[in-house]
Structure formats: C-alpha cells, structure tokens
Design a protein around this ligand. Sequence first.
Ligand code: PGA
Ligand code: ZN
Length: 425
Amino acid sequence: MQSKLSDIHAIEIIDNRGMPTIRATVTTDTGRKGTADVPCGSSTGAYEAQEVRDGGSRYQGKGVRKAIQNIYEKILPSLQGIDITRQREIDQIMCAIDGTPDKSAIGANAILGVSLAAAKTAAACCDLPLYRYLNTGGYVLPVPQACLLNGGLHAGNDLDIQEYCVMPVGADSFSQGVEMLCDIFQTLREILLHKIGKSAVNSSEDGGFAPQLNRSAEAMEYLTRAVEKAGYVDKVLYALDFAAGSFYDPKNKTYRFEGEIYDTEGMIEMIGRLLEEFPAIVSIEDPLFEDDWDGWRTLTDTFTAQMVVGDDLFATNIRRLKRAFRLGVANATLCKVNQIGTLTEAIDAARYAQRNGYPVVMSVRSGETEDNVLSDISVALDAGVFKTGGIRGSDRGTNYNRFIEIEAELGSLSRYAGLDYKRKI
Ligand code: PGA
Ligand code: ZN
C-alpha cells in the first residue's frame, strides 16, 4: 500500500555543543513516523550549502526558528500527499522551492531535516531498517576513523592540524575495532595524564583529547606511543585532517603552520617530511586550502601511497567532484550530508566518487546529536571508512553503537572493510 506524506513536525533542539538545531518528524497517512536531527560543522568550507539561522540575541543569533517556519510554510504544503518512498522527488521539490544553488533561501538545515526524516519514515513504512531500505545489498561495516587528538578549530590548544585519528584496520570486525579504539583511548589518557597532567585529558569539540601541544610530530608521537602500549602496532593505521582552510592566509596565499609561513610548495614538502617520519599515516584530508587546485594536483601526484581526501575541497558536491576528476585532484572524498543538504544529492555524490575510483569516507560533523542516521547511510553506501570524531559522549557513541547493532543484525552477511578500507564499487 502506498503511504503518503501527511504532516511534518519540527522543533528546535540543541546539539552536543549547546547549539540549536532542527529535529524534524515526518508522518504518513498510514500513521508511520520518522525523526531526524540536523548536524552542523564548525570548520565549515566555503562551498557548503547554507543554513538559515535567526540572527538577533537568542542563542547568539544561532536559533533555527526561521528555518522551522520555512518547513511549515514552504516545505510542508509542497510535499503533502507525496508518496513517501519517492525520496529523489521529495528532495528535488525542496531544492526547487528553495531555488538557490546553496539552499540559502529555505535553509539547508530545514531541507536536510525533512530529507532525512522522510527517508526514515519511508523505511518504517516498508518495515525495514534504513540501511536496508536505501540499499538491500549493503553489507560493509566501515573502518572507524576515530579522532583521539584534536587541534585547529576543534581544540583550545596550539596544534594546527585539526584531527589525529586512528583506524583499526587489523580488527576482525567492527565491534572488535571499537574495542581496540577504546583500549587506545584509555591508554592515551594515562600517558597524557602522566606526561603532561590533568589538563591534557580535557575533551575537544570532537570527543578526542586536546593537550596543550604545538607540533604535529609531537601529537603523533603521543598517539603512536598509546597504540604501541596498547599492543596494536600492526593493527592500526593513522589519518590526519589538516582542515587547511583554518590556517590558510588568502591575502598572501600562504599557510601559517606551526610558527612558520609556507607557500604551497613548502607546505607539500613539510607534509612529506611528516609522512616520512610516520609512514603509517595512510590518509590526509584537506592538506591544502579548498581553492588551491594547482597545489592539490601537485600534492595528489606527490603522495600516491596515501588517501588524499577532499572535504572542504568537495563539500559533497558532485560538480566539484567532476572538476577534480578532470584535473586529477585528490583521490578520495569525504561525504557529509549537511554539506550538500539532501540525502539524494549526498548519495549521488558518494556513488559518483566510488564509480570513478575515489573511495568514500562517510563523516559526522563536530556538531551532532544522538541521531545515528549516518551509520545507516554508510552501510547503504558500502563505505570503507567512517569518520566518527572521538570516543567520548553519546553524540559519538551513538554511531559506533548503531554499527555494532547493524553488524549483529547482518550476522554472517556482514563484512568489516578492514584492510580494504579504500574500497570503491
Ligand atoms: P566540522 O569538522 O564538522 O567542524 O566542520 C569536521 C571536518 O573538518 O572534517
Ligand atoms: Zn575535514
């Protein structure tokens, strides 16, 4: 029986950082419901779809009442009565009534909340878990890329690289990977406490540690020591997110990194030295600013052994991905649903990347809630890596736990990506 969208309900909730965001619930005429929360980044790229925020004094201007009003006044009347399984059409209608290339009229936050909630409602109507509704054949549990040390905009320290992550590729299953991550996390905590003191184990925005360090090599030394002490040297690889836009100086076209000023070439050399010192770093994300296309091309040609991942570079936007393929820029992409603003477009971008040989790293934002919709989307895409943030907090735990649940549900059908983390399709 066809189920039609009959109502949308939206409320203003808060995320893990006390920032308001939207929780949208979509209902059908058959009485089924699905609810989704909208994530939000703090190191956002220039090419992301735009949220609508209220301005004024409430929540320092970050309120989402206007976006919610747009859901009631603009989105609901356009979607009432539509077959709930017609996700692509639902998303297209919302993009059309918004009418701007970056969704700034109605708000990417309003649109994404409804888009995700509609997908969850449709899955409920089909009595299927979301990952199976989106792709009956999805079976891959990704390698969790867990950020255990933070710098950049995610931490109150002097580290310029935003994320220092571990990937338990040698685990036999996702659940065993989580066990390893927790061991490493606790071991790192002990080392930081012992060597630096209590303040070093304070949490970053991402749920990792934020010790007062200022050199990336030193941060990597702490991380590798924790992995060694926990007994996982042969089972763990490393990934960095430079989030280079946060230390790029657009006026002078230079990078201000660890007390030095580098041009693009100097930056690439510096990254080369770091990778030589720590050869188990297999993934570097946004090592350069998102408009430095020539630099990206040279860098991609230079570091062929690593995943060179575009985050702010692509903004989950198929147009930017197409340009990258043409130019030979980057060799993997991040996928963040709120960068583009609808589920359909995020899936299209990820599928396009996979088909063209770029592995997909599915990713949370620093601003998350207890919603774990991204885990289901990751399994539906058979993504090889999932960037989870750190370990602390239920905003992080919820995605790990959802994967553990899916792994148990799939049983012998599931496969942990493990060393095949660069998988395409
Ligand atoms: P954000 O950071 O969610 O704060 O934008 C994550 C990232 O840069 O990958
Ligand atoms: Zn990033």
